[in-house]
Design a protein around this ligand. Structure first.
Ligand SMILES: [Mg+2]
Length: 126
C-alpha cells in the first residue's frame, strides 16, 4: 500500500530534511506534497488525497493552528490525521493542540526514529 503525505513548514531546509527522513523509512509514499504555509497546505488538501499531514506551527500567512482549525471545520478534511512538528513546547500550546485532536506532537529537532514511529502508528503499518 502506498500513501500520500503533506509537509507544511515555512523553512525549505526543514521541508527537505523531513522529506528525506520520510523516504528513509520503509513505508512507501507515492506522493510527498510540500507547502510553505497553511494556506498553501489547504490548497493542496482541497485538491489531492492526503493520508497524513505534518505541520509546523509558526508560518507566515497562515500558521499551523489556523490550518488545523480550518481542517476540523471541513467535512472532507476533518478526519485527516495531523502531526505537529515544532520548536514550541509550552504546556499551554500543547493543551491547545490536544483540544484540536492532533495525532502526534514532535519537537524540533526530530529524529528519524520518531518520524518512523509516528508514521507506522498512524498508518497502521510496520
Ligand atoms: Mg516555522
Amino acid at each position: 500500500m502506498s500513501f500520500s503525505i503533506l509537509i507544511a513548514d515555512d523553512s525549505e531546509i526543514i521541508r527537505e530534511v523531513l522529506e528525506r527522513t520520510i523516504r528513509m523509512t520503509q513505508i512507501s509514499f507515492d506522493k510527498i506534497h510540500k507547502a510553505a504555509n497553511g494556506s498553501e497546505a489547504l490548497t493542496i488538501l482541497n485538491d489531492q488525497w492526503v493520508d497524513i499531514v505534518f505541520t509546523d506551527i509558526h508560518m507566515p500567512i497562515m500558521g499551523g493552528i489556523e490550518l488545523i482549525k480550518t481542517m476540523r471545520k471541513s467535512p472532507e478534511l476533518n478526519d485527516t490525521p495531523v502531526v505537529v512538528i515544532s520548536t514550541e513546547g509550552s504546556s499551554a500550546r500543547i493543551e491547545e493542540l490536544k483540544s484540536l485532536d492532533i495525532k502526534g506532537y514532535l519537537r524540533k529537532p526530530f529524529t528519524p526514529e520518531s518520524i518512523r514511529d509516528t508514521l507506522t502508528g498512524i498508518l497502521g503499518v510496520t
